[in-house]
Design a protein around this ligand. Structure first.
Ligand code: TYD
Length: 214
């Protein structure tokens, strides 16, 4: 069986990636693709339990390396238990956040260093990097404003960081875009939803088509 395609979606808070991911999933499903929609940190019981710890607002004393290791541990379990089996079955896996979140948030914004955080993640993921990553780009001010307007969204420990942290996160993502231009495609998330969805569909379909032709 031909291996599936691993697509990850990245971006700062309030970029709308989860909403767009849901719509993308729906569209591709209607077109007959076999898909798995999942998220990090979480997606399965053990990783959801780690998520509880890492995002708990009461854990104000959490050390930065502990934070990075918890995300990596959650990633490992989710990968072996859910992502890898689906890829082996030939499915398209759509994953809300993956390694680039750790590189941007813990590596760059927390200051642990992108290379250092990559190293612990390499232990967690072996060679399973995403085939395609969609990065939803938005000014932090605009993203945070969207979150505060959305009453349904729970505010987590990282949302509570100050604006300069969120600027650092964005800067981190931009460094990653420069470093992996082939894999990471930038989507302008400041547009309205239908336009962002159109851009996203275009990039994803182009990628799938290229994959199936080759
Ligand atoms: P979530 O509620 O899923 O937020 P979002 O809708 O923005 O994806 O919370 C995930 C939070 O965890 C988010 O603030 C980013 C952070 N995060 C990291 O810092 N490092 C990581 O490796 C991952 C996967 C997430």
């Amino acid at each position: 069986m031909k291996r599936g395609i691993f697509i990850t979606v990245e971006g700062p808070e309030g970029a709308g990636k989860s909403t767009i991911l849901g719509l993308l999933h729906e569209k591709l499903q209607q077109e007959g693709y076999s898909l798995l929609l999942t998220r990090e940190p979480g997606g399965i019981s053990i990783s959801e339990q780690i998520r509880e710890v890492v995002l708990n607002k009461d854990n104000t004393t959490m050390d930065e390396r502990t934070e990075a290791l918890l995300y990596a541990a959650s990633r490992r379990q989710h990968l072996v238990e859910k992502v890898e089996p689906a890829l082996s079955e030939g499915e398209i896996v759509l994953c809300d956040r993956f390694i680039d979140s750790s590189l941007a948030y813990q590596g760059h914004a927390r200051g642990l260093g992108i290379d250092e955080v990559y190293r612990i993640n390499k232990f967690a993921i072996d060679d399973t990097m995403p085939d395609l990553t969609l990065y939803f780009d938005i000014e932090p001010e605009e993203g945070l404003q969207r979150i505060h307007k959305n009453d349904d969204r729970e505010v987590n420990r990282l949302d509570m960081e100050n604006l300069s942290f969120h600027h650092k996160v964005r800067e981190g993502y931009h460094l990653l875009v420069d470093r992996f231009p082939e894999r990471i495609k930038v989507i302008d998330a400041s547009d309205d939803i239908s336009k962002v969805l159109d851009q996203t569909l275009k990039v994803v379909k182009h990628f799938i088509h290229k994959r199936n032709v080759l």
